[in-house]
Design a protein around this ligand. Structure first.
Ligand code: MN
Length: 227
């Protein structure tokens, strides 16, 4: 059957040491998964559990140049580890969750904080703040067979050579298997789904010309210039 116009290409990420691409289905993002970041955003991690929102698969960016987006004057960085799923399902048990993981990467959950703030205040959805073009700069993926399943290790972001965010994967409120199990009780997870696993404290605004370096122990460095 023909299409009425040519479909856009499937969003995909490179895989380290593999000629093949990882085709992306959905991007789930966990909000407020590190207690210190929850507090800096004005919330109490002991009273409000993490939650999920989504970005669009075609919001991924792998060129290393983040174009300052339209309609905002307060665009924030959030460094996050990415979990990439090779299989999915519903109602996945925590004990089985890691069987679905293909590998890991590093991404920025770039956020139009001013638009998100208005949406929060008015009880509206977050898409305008979170799911805009090129809002998810991301590294190549590394397969779990190469890197294992990181559940501790440094995660940090440097902006123009200065450390601005710093944490440890072990500080996540919901562990990766807990995130997968929880999500699979709300949505049918599919091969190609990505999960951005939340950001440690230290979020703030980028300026044009800023050079960002994101790091998670054992994974590729994420180098992004704001243009
Ligand atoms: Mn985030």
């Amino acid at each position: 059957m023909a299409y009425v116009f040519d479909p856009l290409p499937t969003p995909a990420l490179p895989v380290q040491g593999d000629d093949r691409l990882f085709p992306v289905h959905r991007i789930y993002c966990v909000g407020r998964n590190y207690a210190e970041h929850t507090r800096e955003m004005g919330h109490d991690p002991d009273r409000e559990p993490p939650f999920f929102f989504q970005k669009n698969p075609d919001n991924l960016l792998t060129t290393g140049e983040f174009p300052y987006p339209m309609a905002s004057e307060d665009v924030h960085w959030e460094i996050e580890m990415v979990v990439a799923l090779k299989s999915g399902g519903t109602k996945i048990a925590v004990e089985q969750a890691m069987d679905h993981v293909f590998g890991y990467g590093v991404a920025l959950d770039m956020t139009r904080r001013d638009l998100q703030g208005v949406a929060k205040k008015m009880g509206r959805p977050w898409e305008v703040g979170k799911a805009f073009e090129k809002s998810a700069p991301c590294t190549s993926l590394v397969s779990a067979s190469d890197v294992g399943h990181p559940d501790k290790g440094a995660i940090w972001l440097e902006v123009n050579g200065t450390r601005r965010q710093e944490g440890d994967l072990a500080q996540m409120i919901w562990s990766i298997p807990e995130q997968i199990a929880y999500l699979s009780g709300l949505f049918e997870l599919q091969p190609g789904d990505l999960i951005l696993t939340g950001t440690p404290a230290g979020v703030s605004a980028v300026l044009r010309g800023d050079v960002l370096r994101g790091h998670v122990d054992g994974l590729p460095e994420l180098d992004v210039k704001v243009v």
